[in-house]
Ligand binder design. Structure first.
Ligand code: ZN
Length: 343
């Protein structure tokens, strides 16, 4: 098969389009013909080898995949060749306390597809049958490949971690990113008042269409805490949706309201941040980490997308062979929503 294969860590140029052995499904596994593969910042970190886990080389990236069942391993009974499917939040043990409690994203044996095993930047991918879900007819392959990470992550952060309530103020940073545009929509669905930040007027206008009530141009007002105070009569934000990291962390903490919660799923501009401890204790604020999503989160967002209540936003669709170019665009943050690769 054709695949984007990484033989070394580094810049986008290490992503080479070449031949690679087609995987063979073992017992309880499924071979999926990939129709669309979504891009994520985790792919960039894995490629560079600077944050997160260092992968074994050669490696194929790609966390989220949509496609059709091409072949079944022994023992798979609930799927058939030709079925439309989408990959879920990963591979987990299914036996530990966390898995039994439905918190698969906290399983210590959990494997991330595209990091710990080969991902979807390829014509075919092999996955355990339980790690796949049927893709409803109303969702295209491209939308399917842009659903799981953005909406599943945003749902887990805002519902399971920050417990966002109707009427609360939610500050969404970098609303033009895949997870940012998902957070605006999930926040709106939950009945929150949304303040969104982005670096261009065009991105802010699109965030308003998705449900943002107020917007802050981050390029003009880098100290956004002041702007948030002005928009909230001095109260601050009840929940801050972080994923930017070093560049925004300081203001994200100081902008919290009394009893506010900051929830983060990423650190695209760097992993270290300065925390105003006075803001933290005097406001009885909470800092929350969040990673990926559970099976239940995944089923919920897939249902809401199929009902049209949440809408994946596609920035662009590129041929698989142009993965390096797609990474350059993502790194330059010249995107609104998700980039999807098509084999
Ligand atoms: Zn487990």
């Amino acid at each position: 098969m054709k695949a984007i294969v990484m033989h070394e860590r580094g810049g986008p140029e290490v992503l080479r389009y070449e031949d690679f052995p087609t995987p063979e499904p073992g017992p309880d596994e499924v071979l999926v013909r990939v129709r669309a593969s979504g891009l994520n910042h985790l792919d960039v970190f894995t490629r560079r080898g600077e944050q997160g886990r260092r992968v074994k080389l050669p490696h194929i990236l790609g966390i989220e995949t949509a496609g059709e069942v091409a072949a079944l391993g022994d023992g798979v009974v609930d799927l058939q060749v030709g079925d439309r499917v989408i990959s879920g939040p990963g591979i987990w043990c299914g036996r530990c306390e966390m898995c039994r409690a439905g918190e698969e994203n906290m399983c210590v044996e959990r494997l991330i597809v595209g990091v710990d095993v080969h991902g979807g930047y390829a014509e075919y991918i092999k996955l355990p049958a339980y790690a796949l879900a049927p893709l409803p007819e109303s969702i295209s392959f491209e939308e399917g490949a842009a659903t799981l990470i953005a909406f599943g992550t945003a749902w887990h952060m805002l519902v399971d971690r920050a417990a966002l309530s109707p009427g609360e103020t939610l500050l969404v940073l970098a609303a033009g990113s895949g997870v940012g545009m998902a957070a605006v929509q999930v926040g709106k669905y939950l009945g929150a008042r949304i303040i969104a930040t982005a670096s261009t007027e065009d991105k802010l206008a699109r965030a308003r269409i998705l449900g943002a009530d107020e917007t802050i141009n981050y390029a003009q007002q880098r100290r956004f805490a002041r702007a948030v105070r002005k928009l909230t009569d001095g109260r601050g934000a009840d929940v801050v949706f972080e994923h930017v990291g070093t560049d925004t962390w300081r203001d994200s903490v100081t902008t919290l309201a009394i009893g506010g919660r900051l929830v983060t799923c990423g650190s695209t501009t760097g992993r270290w941040g300065e925390t105003d401890l006075w803001s933290l204790f005097a406001k009885q604020a909470t800092l929350l980490g969040s990673f990926s999503s559970t099976q239940a989160n995944f089923r919920t967002v897939l249902q809401l997308v199929s009902e049209g209540k949440l809408r994946p936003v596609l920035d662009s669709i590129l041929p698989l062979s142009e993965a390096a170019e797609a990474h350059r665009r993502l790194e330059a943050r010249q995107v609104f929503g998700k980039i999807v690769l098509q084999p």
